[in-house]
Design a protein around this ligand. Structure first.
Ligand code: ADP
Ligand code: MG
Length: 215
């Protein structure tokens, strides 16, 4: 079996992320209350609720069109940095997926890479600045390296999850350079970055969906 996802899987992915966010409401809200303004959970939940509520319309699009619609829904529907950053990221993914209807691990790389580049160019932050980028960049890097080494797909996916989890964990000792945590006296040092944690959830869920296809 090969790890491949299609449009219906991606719609299922949005529902799974929404469910995970429902489970982690208090935790993520507390994280953003410690270093930001406490709305990160609500922003992400509102965004993924819009995506799941729009499933019928999204289903009519090809994969690239679906991502573009998602980007527009997130951009207009969520407040805060997350709306602009995720909205722009999905619009970049839409461009990366033109002419593609199947998502294999190379395409998974293209998706994560497009998101990373978009978030960095819009927000100006870089790895190590205590943002969502810190859970995404290590996943992109390990995915590229292990695909180039022709490692078995299940090992690639487990490594992507681990890299993203460790990246999110590493934000605890970082001092913020971008985002609201900059305004804290300690620059958020000692606290996890909420955006890195929710980015990790999304990467883990997608990687797990590929892994299910390999069973
Ligand atoms: P806001 O900070 O506007 O209240 P959210 O609470 O929804 O927006 O999102 C906060 C998260 O956004 C932070 O935890 C961080 O991960 C991410 N973030 C903030 N600014 C940036 C940026 N310039 N680049 C990348 N990520 C950022
Ligand atoms: Mg916030």
């Amino acid at each position: 079996m090969k790890a491949v996802l299609g449009k219906e899987d991606y719609l299922d992915y949005f529902s799974r992320v929404l469910k995970k966010l429902e489970q982690e409401k208090d935790y993520v809200t507390e994280l953003d209350a410690a270093t930001g303004d406490g709305d990160h959970w609500a922003n992400m939940y509102t965004g993924f609720k819009k995506l799941t509520d729009s499933a019928e319309d999204l289903r009519k699009e090809n994969l690239s069109g679906l991502m573009k619609r998602c980007g527009m829904l997130l951009m207009s529907g969520i407040g805060g940095s997350s709306g602009v950053l995720y909205g722009g990221a999905y619009i970049s993914v839409s461009k990366a997926l033109e002419g593609t209807e199947e998502i294999d691990l190379e395409t998974f790389y293209n998706i994560l890479k497009a998101m990373l580049e978009s978030i960095m160019s819009r927000g100006g932050a870089r790895p190590g600045h205590k943002t969502m980028i810190d859970a995404l960049d290590p996943a992109v890097n390990v995915l590229r390296r292990l695909l180039d080494e022709n490692q078995p797909e299940c090992e690639v996916l487990e490594a992507v999850k681990e890299a993203s989890r460790k990246g999110a964990d590493a934000t605890r000792s970082m001092r913020a350079v971008f985002g609201r945590a900059v305004y804290q006296a300690d620059k958020g040092e000692g606290h996890l970055d909420p955006g890195a944690v929710t980015m990790y959830y999304q990467i883990e869920i997608l990687a797990d969906m590929f892994l299910e296809k390999l069973k």
